[in-house]
Design a binder for this molecule. Structure first.
Ligand code: FRU
Length: 478
């Protein structure tokens, strides 16, 4: 019995019952997860159990500009069509009263164990770093395959963390190796340096601090959020979302970054030794806080928030909602790089296939129509290329500069362009939804993700330049 819980749940259900479907919304996404109403941020608790995929997410149902965080919940049996399952976790306990923050799921036998950050803010004057906030690590369990979640206990409260850390410690992710459970948490130390800390357990209940897993590292920012670590294709991968990186050439152009290291884990000392530089996961405008899980067929699948915190640019919220998830992407490690490919199930949506062998020379062009579409180009040669999307967004490549440029026009509100240096452009796969674009480059070697708010009347995709190749075009079933 928790009267607060019941009252909060009822308030939400009442709102949802009276919510009118807005079919005038030109930005509503056709094949991406968006919130039923209000604000969405990080993917949480992603997992697959008995064939059902669960995607929980940071959810502020009452305000499209953000606010008190709950966990929303979608399920899917194919990763393409999703069912809204309502609220999964509510901020209804003294230890998570100001937000059920991000966390993850760990499947063990018939049970799903969730670990998340219970956020509590204290009244009064506080400096942001050392006081006024509790970040409790909370354990919750589902005994019915993810449909209901029971909160169990705080496994680490704010006093449990080592004293060199600030009060920013959050976003637990758990992994089992042999008989041991390992939990990584993102943190900021008292010198405002980001790091990933490690906890260990034999039973998922009692956790002991085991030191820094990685960091702080020179030049790597003041806070690391949402760590994720796993082994893939015999390599160890550590994903994190650092804040406070300085722009570096074409890299780190957004307010915050998300990226990865490939390295070795010293299991005796439980530390991570990077073999690679930190590599950005996405080179577009809107990508943050990715989370991965291993599905029941052994694939490593990743979602990310197709948005960013604290970005100067605000998405339109006129239709009562803001932000969405990326497409689920399948990860592999190839030649020391993390490769991201769109989940193959999205091929189910393809209809009205058109295949064109193109030989475009100066002045010539091809065009396609469709706001909800996929375009797959394989090039024999590209000297120059411009793909113009619904007049205001352009993707271009030039062999002389070797730059692939994604540029937003007036609708980008000054966000400008993002670029990747590419010796050779051999392939592009574009997923166009009503207000988003994901560009997979050279078979998943790079991805550029962005939201876009284009004139609803425009629906042309035009290809010009000097190139030869094959372009497939599909309209996608909504
Ligand atoms: C990342 C993040 C997490 C936190 C959550 C709160 O976007 O800031 O660190 O747990 O969002 O919504």
């Amino acid at each position: 019995m928790n009267p607060l819980h019941d009252e909060m749940k009822k308030r939400y259900e009442d709102m949802m019952t009276s919510l009118q479907h807005d079919d005038t919304d030109p930005y509503a996404l056709a094949f991406h997860v968006m919130p039923p109403t209000g604000w969405l941020n990080d993917p949480n608790g992603a997992c697959q159990v008995d064939g059902v995929y669960h995607l929980y997410y940071q959810y502020s149902p009452y305000d499209a500009l953000g606010g008190l965080k709950y966990w929303g919940h979608y399920t899917s049996t194919d990763l393409v069509h999703f069912k809204d399952e309502g609220l999964a976790l509510l901020p209804d306990q003294p230890y998570d009263l100001h937000g059920v923050y991000s966390g993850s799921a760990f499947v063990e036998g018939e049970e799903i164990h969730y670990f998340y950050t219970g956020n509590v803010k204290h009244l009064g004057e506080h400096d942001y770093i050392t006081s006024g906030r509790e970040q409790n690590t909370v354990h919750a369990v589902s005994y019915d395959g993810g449909m209901t979640i029971e909160k169990k206990r705080v496994v680490m409260d704010s006093n449990a963390y080592p004293s060199f850390l600030s009060n920013h410690i959050r976003d637990p992710k758990v992994r089992k190796v042999d008989d041991q459970y390992f939990m990584v948490l993102g943190a900021r130390d008292l010198k405002s340096q980001g790091l990933v800390v490690m906890y260990r357990s034999d039973n998922l209940t009692d956790w002991t601090y085991h030191g820094s897993f990685l960091g702080p590292l020179e030049g790597m920012g003041y806070m690391w959020e949402c760590p994720d670590f796993f082994s893939l294709n015999d390599q160890e991968v550590l994903i994190l979302s650092p804040q406070g990186l300085a722009e570096d050439g074409l890299q780190y152009q957004n307010v915050y970054q998300s990226g990865y290291y490939i390295g070795d884990v010293d299991w005796e000392n439980v530390t991570f030794d990077p073999k690679s530089d930190f590599i950005e996961l996405d080179r577009g405008f809107d990508f943050y806080a990715p989370q991965t899980f291993e599905d029941e067929s052994g694939r490593r699948v990743m979602w990310a928030w197709m948005g960013l915190p604290d970005a100067e640019y605000q998405n339109p919220v006129d239709h009562g909602w803001q932000h969405a998830m990326t497409l689920p992407r399948v990860l592999t490690v190839e030649n020391q790089n993390l490769i991201q490919r769109p989940h193959p199930n999205y091929q189910q949506l393809r209809q009205n296939e058109e295949q064109r062998v193109v030989n475009i020379t100066e002045g010539a062009y091809e065009y396609f129509t469709g706001k909800v579409a996929e375009l797959h180009c394989t090039f024999d040669t590209v000297t120059q290329l411009e793909i113009s999307i619904r007049k205001d967004v352009s993707l271009s490549y030039d062999t002389t500069t070797q730059l692939l440029t994604l540029a937003l026009g007036a609708s980008g509100h000054g966000r400008g362009q993002r670029q990747i240096k590419l010796e050779k452009l051999s392939e592009l796969q574009l997923f166009l939804d009503r207000s988003s674009l994901e560009v997979f480059v050279n078979d998943g070697a790079y991805v550029m993700t962005t939201r876009m708010y284009l004139e609803p009347t425009e629906d042309k995709v035009e290809v010009t330049g000097e190139l030869q190749g094959i372009i497939y075009h599909w309209l996608l079933d909504k």
